[in-house]
Design a protein around this ligand. Structure first.
Ligand code: F3S
Length: 430
């Protein structure tokens, strides 16, 4: 038996000894190793798991082989478990131009997870699709945007798990007690005074970039205690979380008057300010392409029903001229179907890309320029898919899908990020 420094219960010792099967034994070894590395005193129960590393584009053959081994080793999840986006829409992958050989591999990945009892709902917003923890509950979530949302907005407790450690927690119902599970590690380490007026998902993504990079530059990744914000919607917060986690590597923030643990702490003595100019500079930095985008996508993180409704309203009776992916969870799409939103959207030529997103799908080389409202999508479109990007306000992204493409994309009109906020600041003249 592996030597561990944590106090394990008899049941946990038994799991580690292999009494509950090979998969659970491997899972316990992962958790024991993490506990040892991070100095955890014990394992604690988790309420749910969210597993990343689901797209075959990220997993590859080695990842699929490991999952198949775990699924074949009598592994079965013992807490509610959802999955991150896959590399394709599990039903309509052909519509999105996904190659058949990729699709067959992706189906094997989902089959392995399903065999282990995971719910095959593939989304990065599990909190909008039935996997919503309560305040104070410990969970084991991978997917950095959802981790940041769970810790900050919901007040649940999770570290930034990797795919294997989240699966280990799902199979054992436990995680090592360290990091964000401990109250002392949730204390703010810097006060961020927002002297700007962000509005909408693009602005909140840019704000997350500005704060994330500011904190990242300090080297010690202090949890920001953010003041100066009057309100924030669910959509704005999920965009902010995705961006803060991407550009700052942060698992949590506090926002005075908005997040549930902010009032537990006084402002931190170390202070920094983010101005309107900082916010606009962050927005400008995410637009590096002139002229038409040839790929339009909304839904990073996955869209809420209200966002889908807004897209339907904007597209009703119109035809898109670009490849336009609308990415959301199967749960939200099901309601959109009933509400008639799907019909309006698909009649326009826009495509639902359910279960997946513009980052984890195998689309490198297919497009040149992505138009989106997501700062996180911009980061990965550049880094993973080598696209240029245009960050726009939500409504402007939809509008950009309707404009006629410039012939051969040769005559480019500079797309200038909005100097102001809101719908009235439309500077995209294509
Ligand atoms: Fe979700 Fe894909 Fe963005 S997983 S947060 S839509 S990169």
């Amino acid at each position: 038996m592996a030597k561990v420094n944590m106090d394990l219960t008899n049941e946990e010792q038994s799991m580690l000894a292999g009494d509950c099967g090979r998969a659970v034994q491997i899972a316990m070894r992962i958790l024991a190793a993490l506990g040892r590395i991070y100095g955890a005193a014990r394992l604690i129960p988790v309420r749910s798991a969210q597993i990343a590393g689901v797209s075959y584009d990220n997993l590859g053959e080695a990842g699929l082989a490991w999952l198949s081994e775990m699924a074949g080793g009598d592994g079965h999840v013992c807490v509610p478990t959802t999955l991150n986006p896959a590399g394709m829409d599990l039903e309509n992958w052909r519509t999105l131009g996904i190659p058949e050989d990729f699709a067959l591999k992706q189906i094997q990945v989902i089959a392995a997870f399903t065999r282990m009892g995971a719910t095959p709902i593939c989304t990065c917003t599990p909190y909008l699709a039935g996997n919503e923890p309560a305040f104070g509950e410990s969970i084991a979530w991978a997917e950095s945007s959802a981790v940041c949302y769970a810790n900050s907005v919901i007040g649940a407790r999770t570290n930034r798990e990797g795919g294997p450690s989240a699966l280990a927690s799902a199979l054992t119902g436990r995680t090592a007690e360290y990091g964000m599970h401990l109250s002392e590690n949730r204390r703010p380490g810097i006060t961020v005074d927002v002297q700007a007026h962000p509005s909408g998902t693009a602005d909140f993504g840019a704000l997350g970039k500005a704060i994330g990079e500011r904190v990242e530059a300090l080297g010690r990744k202090p949890i920001p205690w953010i003041t100066g914000m009057n309100s924030a919607s669910i959509e704005e917060l999920k965009s902010f979380c995705a961006s803060l986690a991407t550009y700052g590597g942060l698992a949590m923030f506090h926002m005075q008057g908005i997040t549930p643990e902010a009032d537990d702490y006084p402002p931190h003595a170390d202070r920094t300010a983010v101005t309107e100019e900082d916010l606009q500079a962050a927005k400008r930095s995410l637009t590096d392409a002139a002229g038409d985008a040839d790929f339009v996508s909304l839904g990073c993180p996955h869209l809420t029903l209200e966002e889908v409704a807004r897209i339907a309203e904007l597209l009703r009776g119109k035809r898109v001229t670009k490849e336009f992916w609308i990415t959301t969870s199967r749960a939200v799409k099901a309601i959109a179907d009933r509400q008639g939103y799907t019909e309006s959207i698909e009649a326009s030529g826009a495509k639902f890309a359910v279960d997946t997103c513009c980052v984890v799908a195998p689309i490198r080389g297919r497009f040149r320029v992505l138009a989106t409202d997501s700062a996180k999508a911009c980061y990965y479109a550049r880094a993973k898919n080598q696209f240029q990007t245009q960050l726009m306000d939500f409504d402007l992204v939809v509008e950009s899908s309707l404009t006629k493409r410039t012939e051969g994309n040769s005559q480019h009109t500079k797309v200038t990020p909005s100097p102001d906020r809101g719908e009235e600041s439309r500077s995209s003249q294509i």
